[in-house]
Design a protein around this ligand. Structure first.
Ligand code: ZN
Length: 287
């Protein structure tokens, strides 16, 4: 099942075919249009949408918004792929390195994003979305609490991030539009093993990252177990599970995103994001 948000309304994207099925209309009002409210009733929602037959209305891809528009908590994991830790010249973390992207940074799969400077980097990430509240759950119980997965692009302003000690992960990764997600929240019945998916991003034909989620240091069940032993995880909450190697800041010369470029971010079985960039009105050139 693929859930998305169009014009602020929860929709189901049909498995075969195009367009979108409005969930409020298709369920006869059992669910309203609000995605966050529907996620709160995850089991009931899956039940209601199982095998539902309703006409799909045509949509333009550009109408798709962030599938989960405003999660209450967004956890992100730094240095969760060994090859990315190595290219960053950082030791492997002994425990997950956790920061947040403030949820106002979230945007849709085909967004145009303003670049505040010439120092904005890309990080493709598999994003896990919680469906059932998880409070101190074990690794064995972890998947039962997952609604599905989506793609995230963890855009990062590296000068803001790396000025001073310790670094400013959360702020530097939370400019408006720095969290493209989508194209849909894909439930686990469509993704046999989220821990073995090709994952990458490119600008035109220039492949920037090309990895596999099997290379995570802390896998999804362990992340859910560890996080839920500190914070209860709530329906709609997101875990951004880290990025493989290939980021722009460690290249010589650095490879940052420029106005006019379009970044395609993909994960096998989920789809792709296409993010276009323009200069912000207060855009700063490289230091
Ligand atoms: Zn990241």
């Amino acid at each position: 099942m693929r859930l998305a948000t169009v014009s602020g309304r929860l929709v189901l994207l049909p498995a075969n075919g195009t367009g979108a099925i409005d969930v409020e209309h298709a369920t006869g009002g059992r669910f309203g249009p609000d995605t966050m409210a529907a996620l709160e009733r995850w089991d009931e929602l899956v039940d209601a949408l199982q095998g539902i037959e309703a006409p799909a209305e045509p949509i333009e891809p550009g109408q798709l918004q962030a599938p989960v528009p405003m999660p209450r908590q967004l956890f992100a994991i730094g240095l969760n792929y060994a090859d990315h830790a190595a290219e960053s010249k950082m030791p492997l973390p002994p425990a997950p390195l956790v920061f947040t992207k403030f949820p106002t940074c979230l945007t849709g799969p085909y967004a145009t994003v303003e670049l505040p400077s010439d120092n904005v980097d890309y990080e493709v990430e598999l994003v896990v979305v919680i469906g059932r509240r998880a409070d101190r759950v074990s690794e064995d119980q972890a998947w039962e609490h997952v609604a599905g997965v989506t793609i995230g692009q963890d855009l990062s302003e590296r000068v803001v991030q790396l000025t001073g000690t310790p670094p400013q992960f959360s702020l530097a990764k939370s400019y408006a539009g720095f969290g493209p997600t989508g194209p849909a929240l894909v439930t686990l019945d469509e993704i046999p093993d989220p821990g073995a998916l090709g994952i990458g991003c490119r600008v035109g034909e220039e492949v920037l990252q090309d990895g596999n989620t099997k290379d995570m240091i802390f896998g999804i069940p362990e992340l859910i177990a560890r996080l839920s032993h500190v914070c209860p995880l709530l329906p709609g909450d997101q875990i951004w599970t880290g990025t493989p190697d290939g980021v722009g800041m460690v290249r010589t010369p650095k490879r940052y995103l420029a106005p006019g470029e379009t970044l395609t971010t993909w994960i096998d079985g989920i789809g792709e994001l296409r993010t276009s960039f323009v200069a912000a009105s207060d855009h700063k050139t490289r230091d």
